[in-house]
Design a protein around this ligand. Sequence first.
Ligand code: HEM
Length: 108
Amino acid sequence: AEGDVAKGSKVFKKCKACHAVGEKAKNKVGPQLNGIVGAGWGEVEGYKYSKPLLAGKEEGKSWDEATLDAYLTKPKKVIPKGKMAFAGLKKEQQRQDVIAYLAQFNKD
Ligand code: HEM
């Protein structure tokens, strides 16, 4: 299923309490997410990640689409004891849409 950027921007409202994207994005409760699709885990400067996320970084893990999809389905399944307090997106289409939206911010 292809993601829809416009729908993804609406899904991203669920993320905005903790994450920003775009030109003036800053770290909030969670790291800013510019360039996150395909990035390595834990690379955002100035953000204090949990130990289990940093352990994944040490192992060379990255946010490819499959890993992002799994994390957004159930964060605690991908990073047990990670600190993203988000239940997850149950609908595959919503995950595809928000990933398509995030990928827009890989281009500038
Ligand atoms: C981490 C995406 C919702 C808090 C992350 C990371 C991604 C992500 C990709 C890893 C960043 C990295 O490795 O640099 C999303 C998306 C969301 C969402 C797409 C909505 C669908 C939320 C919400 C909160 C939150 C609602 C707060 C209640 C965090 C925190 C981390 C994080 C604290 C750091 C995790 C750690 O260090 O273990 N998020 N997130 N996120 N997110 Fe979210």
